[in-house]
Write a protein that binds this ligand. Sequence first.
Ligand code: PXL
Length: 275
Amino acid sequence: MKRLLTIQDISCVGQCSLTVALPVISACGVETAILPSAVLSTHTGFPHFCIHDLTDDMPGIEEKWLANGLKFDAFYTGYVRENQIQPILDIMERCAAEGALRIVDPVMADYGKLYAGFDADFPSKLVRLCDGADYILPNLTEAALLLNEKPVLEGYDRMYIEGLLKRLRQTGAKHVLLTGVSFEPTKIGFAMDDGQKTAYYFTERVERMSFGTGDVYASVFAGALMRGLPAFGAASLAADIVRLCIRDTPPEHWYGVNFERTLPELIHRLESVNQ
Ligand code: PXL
C-alpha cells in the first residue's frame, strides 16, 4: 500500500482540510499520514475563529520520522502558513521515498479574495512550494494571485485559460490542474496542462457556493492518483465526486460539503483499479 503524507490544518469544525483529506484518501485505499499545520476552532470562513500554529513542532516530528526510517511515496500540501514553507520543503526532500510525488494545492483564496488571515504578499511566498511540484491544483483566484495578476472569474476564453496554465508552469510545476473553469453557465470543470497539451473536463454545475470543495477535489485526486489512476482519470473522478457531494449538501449547510455519504461511491469507482 502506498503511503501519502498530507500537510494541512485541522479545522475542528468545518468539513475541510484534514477532516476531509484523512477519510477521503483512506477511502481510496491509500495509507494516509498527517502533519497538521495548525489547529483552528473552525475554518476561517466563520465569523469567529482561533488558530494555534504548529510550525515549531514540524522539525522535531521530522527528526523522529527520520530516526524511525519513515518515508513517504507522496506529499499533498493544502492550507499552510508562510513560515512553514521551508520546513515543508525540507520534509518533502528528506522524507521522500524514491520517486515520491509532490501534489501542492495552493489553498489561500476563492471567489476573487484571499482567505481571512493571509497577507497580500502570501501568494508570492507560496510560489516556492509550486516550484518542483509534480501537480499544482489552484482555482482561478489562486492561479491569478500566484502570478501576481488580478483574478478573472468570468468572461474569459480558452486563450486566457491556456495562457494562465503556461504562466503557472513557469513557476516550476510539472503539471497544472486548474479548477473551477467554466465557459458556459451550466457546466464547470478543470483544465489540465502537462507541458504538451491542455485537456478539459466538465460536469453539470450545481449552483451553490461551498467551502471545502477544493479540499474534497484535491483529496480525491491525490488518493486516486496514488491508487494508480492516470492523472486525467484521477482529476475527472475528483470532479464527479465533488459534484455528487455538492448535490448531497442542503443549501442551508453553508460551511462545508456533505462528502460523507459519497464515500461508498468513491470506493466503488476505485474498485476496478488493481493496485
Ligand atoms: O477549505 C480551504 C480551507 C482550509 N483551511 C482553512 C480555511 C479554508 C477556507 O476557508 O479557512 C483553515
